[in-house]
Design a protein around this ligand. Structure first.
Ligand code: HMG
Ligand code: MG
Length: 302
């Protein structure tokens, strides 16, 4: 067991967290959320996606959101780009990193991005090449690495297969995502182990949804393997439009509390993060999905 001493968190709340909201969330609120996250010490923020507005209407304001952010030096702003059309659009807004997103499950690939895994890689390859040529970092999200809403359990071999395809086209780091939050520690470790056949530990991040309440346990299991990059979403916002019933990512507040409690540095101010979460929860008109935020807010009120 080799626990890292420092962890880097990517808050995906503005993108993964808000993409599934039924009511349009004004760009000004998304911008304010990004500002509050960076003020709390987040060094990586996944801001938006350049996908079809017919498929994901909530992200149609991608340009407005990116243009409205006051950027801080030392903070990396990433965006999702599924194809060259999305990339060409994204590049106008100068993201620090683009994310191509594939799936270890064929059925999920079809539902989410309307093509097979092999076709998705053909679409990603020129995107990755163009991004690297422009000096833009590239991340690959790998969905359904443990389970799929359509196919059920996903074998680690299929994760290794996708990881290899991602590595072959020049993707620099990957997210091992439990999109529907069905994973348990040993299964998540197997998915990470499979990814490590093609990426170093420094290039692997954990992206765990909390549908079954396992995300913190899975985070600890990944930490025990030496993983030190994680995605989470403030207030536990989120869900994927193509994974019905899946809840949000593990809440950033909960991960920070866990890490700080274990003496692992994040550079994040938990109180300021709780404020950011309280802000977006209030805007959405519902309580925070973070247990830690609810506990700390109750303590403050008392
Ligand atoms: P398609 O229909 O196969 O694409 O969609 P197409 O090339 O045939 O084009 C059809 C129409 O879409 C055309 O417009 C294109 O111009 C337009 P029309 O002529 O009909 O008016 N189009 C686009 N518009 C804007 N931006 C683009 C773009 N590309 C084509 N980039 C596509 C393929 C991928 C675009 C579509 O399937 C799509 O947008 N899917 C949504 C995917 C998505 O955002 N999913 C949620 C994010 S993934 C996720 O949350 C998981 C993750 O968090 C990790 C995890 O938890 O697992 C990352
Ligand atoms: Mg996700």
């Amino acid at each position: 067991m080799k626990l890292p001493t420092r962890v880097r968190l990517i808050d995906v709340g503005p993108r993964d967290g808000l993409q599934n909201e039924k009511q349009p969330v004004p760009a000004a609120i998304k911008i304010e959320l990004v500002h509050r996250l960076q003020a709390a010490g987040l060094k990586e923020i996944e801001v938006t996606s350049y996908v079809s507005p017919k498929w994901v209407p909530q992200m149609a304001d991608n340009h407005d959101v990116m243009a409205g952010i006051t950027r801080l030096t030392g903070v990396a702003y990433s965006v999702l780009t599924p194809n060259l059309k999305g990339f060409e659009s994204a590049v106008l807004d100068q993201p620090d990193e683009i994310v191509v997103f594939g799936a270890a499950s064929e059925a999920f690939s079809q539902k989410n991005i309307n093509c097979s895994i092999a076709e998705s890689i053909e679409r990603f390859a020129p995107v990755v090449e163009a991004a690297l040529a422009k000096g833009i970092a590239v991340r690959g999200a790998m969905s359904c690495t443990v389970g799929c809403p359509y196919e059920g359990d996903i074998a680690p071999e299929r994760v290794a297969y996708l990881a290899k395809l991602m590595a072959d086209i020049g993707v620099r780091r990957v997210d091992v995502a439990d999109t529907i939050g069905v994973g348990t520690p040993r299964r998540v470790q197997a998915a990470i182990e499979a990814t490590l056949q093609h990426f170093s530990i420094d290039a692997v991040s954990g992206h765990f949804h909390d549908t079954y309440g396992q995300a913190l346990s899975n985070t600890l299991a990944a930490l025990e393997m030496g993983v030190w990059n994680f995605q989470s979403s403030v207030s536990g916002l989120g869900g994927c439009p193509y994974a019905k019933g899946a809840t949000g990512n593990v809440a950033t507040e909960d991960v920070v509390y866990l890490l700080h409690g274990m003496g692992i540095e994040t550079g994040i101010d938990l109180d300021a993060l709780v404020d950011a979460g309280a802000y977006i929860s209030e805007q959405l008109g519902r309580p925070s999905g973070s247990r830690v935020a609810r506990a700390l807010l109750a303590k403050r009120a008392g």
